[in-house]
Design a protein around this ligand. Structure first.
Ligand SMILES: C[S@@+](CC[C@H](N)C(=O)[O-])C[C@H]1O[C@@H](n2cnc3c(N)ncnc32)[C@H](O)[C@@H]1O
Length: 326
């Protein structure tokens, strides 16, 4: 065997074990089993090592295997992979990992409603644009406070625990304009693109998959505009289209980690030069303003930052919002 294959296989073994131990453990028993299985299976690791480097990550490989029918056990995954490798490989090469969590609207809402209304929302890294629709979902804060759109409860209900040091919103925002930018927008009207987005949700996370499906249905009724492009190039011109009589809010969640440090700094320069407000919902280590807030307590946690000021810790999937001194 060629030495490069040996090196690639060792890398696969190591990275899949790390994924199983650190990312999947306690979150997805199926993915944990598959990842540990790959790390102990030279034949499968050899196969995955033939993929281009950027296409070897467990999230992509596992979703592609499920796309082609892989079930829950490691043997089922292995059989699908080995017997249908040309098809699984084509799917891996043709597609990418992506998520869109409407539930993140629950942690953005308190900060959207405190701004002068009406709002012009501009989301960078919008994916399918589901977070551009905060006024079309229902919210249940601390199981008590119920907020619904004007025309009644939404099929998308977002539960969120909010800590006592923070204001719980008492209304939905008034959104008069909305638009997004994404390197690879997910067209909500295309069944194949939506089905792939659903496949990327981890196997046991049925609640997230059901919420994604319902949010895609909501979005399909009046699809949000999401322009294809790099946020650095497209932001100024799209922001210039926002109506003058609305408050422009540029926001993003789980996006800046995809940018290198230089691009992040360029983005901050661009966004802070725009009129209006900027809301960031990202991992604590992503922005210099929040790096000091990273701690074991908020491992994998996000921080909501408004106009450069850290305001709250947020669960990455929008399930809770906590005061910084909690
Ligand atoms: C993890 S997803 C988050 C999607 C959405 N913000 C949410 O919270 O559900 C990150 C998104 O950022 C997009 N993205 C990454 N880098 C980008 C860039 N330079 N310009 C525009 N979009 C980008 C990706 O295509 C992807 O759709």
């Amino acid at each position: 065997m060629e030495p490069t294959i040996h090196l690639g296989t060792a890398g696969i073994t190591e990275s899949y074990r790390a994924f199983g131990d650190r990312e999947a453990r306690g979150v997805s028993p199926v993915y944990e089993t598959w990842a540990i299985g790959v790390s102990e299976d030279t034949a499968v690791a050899d196969l995955l090592a033939t993929l281009p480097r950027g296409k070897r990550q467990p999230n992509l490989v596992f979703a592609a295997a499920r796309w082609h029918g892989a079930g829950g056990t490691y043997d089922e995954f292995r059989t699908t992979l080995l017997e249908q490798w040309p098809d699984v490989r084509s799917t891996i090469l043709a597609r990418a990992t992506q998520t869109n969590e409407a539930s993140r609207c629950a942690v953005l809402l308190p900060f959207l409603v405190e701004l002068p209304q009406p709002l012009a929302l501009l989301e960078v890294g919008a994916a399918a644009g589901l977070c551009l629709l905060p006024d079309r979902y229902s919210y249940r804060y601390n199981g008590r406070i119920e907020l619904d759109p004007e025309d009644g409860p939404s099929d998308v209900v977002l539960p969120c625990a909010i800590s006592s040091g923070l204001d719980t919103p008492s209304r939905l925002p008034d959104v008069v304009w909305r638009a997004g930018i994404d390197l690879a927008p997910v067209p909500v009207s295309e069944d194949d693109a939506c089905a792939w987005l659903e496949t990327l949700v981890w196997p046991e996370h049925d609640d997230r998959r059901a919420r994604l499906r319902a949010a895609l249905d909501v979005a399909r009724r009046e699809p949000p505009r999401v322009e294809a492009g790099d946020l650095l190039d497209a932001l100024p011109s799209l922001a210039a289209e926002a109506p003058d009589d609305a408050t422009l809010v540029v926001f993003h969640s789980a996006v800046l980690a995809y940018l290198d440090a230089g691009a992040r700094s360029d983005f901050i320069d661009i966004v802070t030069a725009l009129p209006g407000h900027w809301i960031s919902n990202e991992g604590a280590l992503v922005l210099p303003e929040t790096a000091r807030l990273a701690s074991d307590k908020v491992e994998r946690g996000f921080v909501v930052v408004v106009d450069g000021e850290p305001r709250a810790y947020a669960d990455p999937h929008g399930r809770s919002l906590a005061a910084l001194d909690d």
